[in-house]
Design a protein around this ligand. Structure first.
Ligand SMILES: [Zn+2]
Length: 279
C-alpha cells in the first residue's frame, strides 16, 4: 500500500501542482508530462489527455498502458442541481433559507425582530438563490442551439467578461474578469454563449481554479476546437475582508487546452489579443 502512491497524493503535496487535485486517478503517462509542465499552465487539458492517449496507442502499440486514460464525466452531461425545480420547490427553498438566515441573525447576537431586520432573512434568501442561479441551468441547455458550422480558422477571443461568484469555503464573493479564447475547428460557438457559460459556472459555489477549468472544458466539449484558453483574475473577499486582509491582491488562474498549451506562439497571440500580460 505504501508503495502504491496515487497521483492524487503526489499532486496534493505539491503547492505548484495543487490544481491537479481535480484530475484524480490519472495514469503515469500523464504524470510524467505534468512534471515537465511550466507553471504557466494550471489545468491539464482534456483534449491533450485524449490526444496523448491516441498517440501512445498508435505509436507504441502499448494499449495496456494507455487504456486507463479516461475522461472525467462530461461537463455537458452534468445535470444542474436545481434544474428540475418547480415554482413550488423554489418557494420551499426560499422559505427554508429564510428560516436559516433568521437563525443566523439571532446567533450573531442580533435581534431579528427589530424593524431594520424584519425583512432581511427573506431578502437575503432571495439574494442567495440569485447568487447561485447557476445551479438552475445545465451547460448543455446553454450551448445546444448555438453551435454553428463555420470554416473560420482564426482565433476567437472574448475578453474581460465580468464574473461574480461565491467562494465555496466562506460563501463570500469573489469577483473579477475572465478572458476566453479558442481556435475553431470547423465549428464556432455563438459569442454570447461564452459569456453565458461563464455566468452559469460562476453563479455557483466555486473555487477559482475549478471555475477556470470548467469554462475551458465546456467550450472544448461543445465545439471540439483546436484549443481553448481561459484566464481568470479575481479578488476574493475572504482574503480582503478577513484573515490576511490583502486588499489589493488578485488571484490569476489559467486553463490552456490543445494548441494553446502546446504552442507558445498561439498562447502569446491570445495573451496579446486579450491584452493580458504574461505572468
Ligand atoms: Zn474563501
Amino acid at each position: 500500500m505504501a508503495s502504491q502512491q496515487s497521483d492524487d497524493d503526489i499532486f496534493v503535496d505539491s503547492p505548484t501542482n495543487k490544481h491537479h487535485r481535480f484530475f484524480p486517478s490519472s495514469p503515469k503517462l500523464i504524470t510524467m508530462k505534468r512534471d515537465q509542465e511550466s507553471t504557466f499552465d494550471t489545468v491539464t487539458p482534456l483534449t491533450r489527455q485524449m490526444k496523448s492517449s491516441s498517440i501512445s496507442a498508435s505509436e507504441s502499440g502499448d494499449n495496456e498502458r494507455t487504456t486507463p486514460l479516461r475522461r472525467r464525466p462530461s461537463v455537458l452531461d452534468e445535470k444542474a442541481l436545481r434544474e428540475t425545480d418547480t415554482k413550488t420547490v423554489r418557494d420551499q427553498r426560499i422559505q427554508a433559507i429564510t428560516r436559516s438566515y433568521q437563525g443566523i441573525l439571532d446567533s450573531i447576537g442580533e435581534d431579528s425582530t427589530r424593524q431594520g431586520l424584519l425583512k432581511t432573512p427573506k431578502r437575503a434568501a432571495e439574494a442567495l438563490v440569485f447568487f447561485t442561479k447557476g445551479y438552475e441551468q445545465s451547460i448543455r441547455d446553454v450551448v445546444s442551439d448555438a453551435i454553428f458550422d463555420e470554416d473560420c480558422e482564426n482565433m476567437v477571443v472574448v475578453k474581460e467578461i465580468d464574473i461574480y461568484s461565491l467562494c465555496e469555503h466562506h460563501m463570500v464573493p469573489f469577483f473579477g474578469k475572465v478572458s476566453v479564447g479558442y481556435l475553431p475547428n470547423k465549428r464556432v460557438l455563438g459569442l454570447s454563449k461564452i459569456a453565458r457559460i461563464v455566468e452559469v459556472f460562476s453563479r455557483r459555489l466555486q473555487v477559482q481554479e475549478r471555475l477556470t477549468r470548467q469554462i475551458a472544458e465546456a467550450i472544448a466539449e461543445a465545439i471540439e476546437p483546436r484549443g481553448v484558453a481561459v484566464i481568470v483574475e479575481c479578488q476574493h473577499m475572504c482574503m480582503i475582508m478577513r484573515g490576511a486582509q490583502k486588499v489589493n491582491s488578485r488571484t490569476t488562474t489559467s486553463a490552456m487546452l490543445g494548441v494553446f498549451r502546446e504552442d507558445p506562439k498561439t498562447r502569446e497571440e491570445f495573451l496579446s489579443l486579450g491584452g493580458i500580460k504574461p505572468f
